[in-house]
Design a protein around this ligand. Sequence first.
Ligand SMILES: CC(=O)N[C@H]1[C@@H](OP(=O)(O)O)O[C@H](CO)[C@@H](O)[C@@H]1O
Length: 405
Amino acid sequence: MKAVILAAGEGKRCRPLTLTRSKVMLPVANKPILEHIINALVKNDIKEIILVVGYKKERIMDYFEDGINFGVKIKYVEQKAQIGTAHAILQARDLIGKDDEKFVVVNGDNIIGPDAIADLIIGEEGDATLLTCKKDNVSGYGVIVAKGKKVVEIIEKPKTLVSHLINTGIYLFKSDIFDMIEKTSISTTGEYAITDTLQMMIDEGMPVTTAITNAEWLDAAYSWNLLEANTIVLGDFETDISKAKIEDSVSIKGSVSIGRNTTIRSGSYIVGPVVIGDNCDIGPNVVILPSTSIGNNVSVASFTYIKNSILMNDIRIGTHSNISSSVVGSNVTTGPNFITEEGEKLIIILENELHEAGKLGTVIGDDTDIGGNVLVRAGKMVSSNCRISSGKTISEDVPTNALIN
Ligand SMILES: CC(=O)N[C@H]1[C@@H](OP(=O)(O)O)O[C@H](CO)[C@@H](O)[C@@H]1O
């Protein structure tokens, strides 16, 4: 069976991290979200994947190439304008066979486990099947009303509580879905939405069903939600430090995975779950606590403390720093004594909307340089390509390309 993954959008709610890559390429436990999805599909015997790309597509194509390194054949189609999920699926039409061939469709920006795909395939029935899961908080999602397996209504992001069954954005379709998509009218928000296509099918009396899953399905809606996703995915990791160079008197506890050509210098103390990539230089006397992911080519100088954070690739952190509950983008440098203050239940203002974040230090975009003795107040974000001079306290969000001196 083939699968179509929708990976054309930016994921604006994850800015500043998505200014330089799309949300599907954000790392969770050192792998892009999209790679977790591809692994889940491959485990379910999917042999060919059609990736619908658009925003920053080169980054996706350079990473996954033809799929050979990921155990699957990958083909790409482009959605030039991001005008809805139905329109995105339509781009794959020429690569899906006719004759009622069934195929899986997955939103590329949610982390899913292989069991979720298995639940869809086993539970599939009728012309179209939606995978749903029960959530207490359904805000920001499409929800469905069902009678047994039959879907009665799909309501996209309702303002009031209608149902706890959310649409995961994972479907099993037959190739006749493309004709239905072509008949779908544009929504009030100016998009061609697959949820509208499905509602139209229900209204025309076609059998649309739901399969329910309790398996892993995680959505990092906002950049700070990456930390929660990272904690959950790291929970499945096993210890593997065989490829690393571990100096004397390093203490490693819990599940810790360390990549090739990475050195952990003496006196360092690491408590898993922690994953550290290739070619890193950590220590001496560095403390890394759960649940932390550190990418490739990262150096962390002595006496630095890192907890519950994601550090992407090509990062240099100065000595005596403290990074807690933070996401640090690629190619970021900090001087000594860089401190992120950590807060809880913070109210974050994003695009003029208020959001509550759980535990959060800061989020730093790619290509930013921060001097020594800099303190970032809890929940304040630093965008990409910024320069912050030594000794500054960051009490407001720092916009892209800012120079603070
Ligand atoms: C029009 C459409 O496809 N809406 C889907 C889709 O919303 P997005 O805002 O496009 O991510 O994915 C959600 C799951 O992440 C699902 O709940 C919702 O119904």
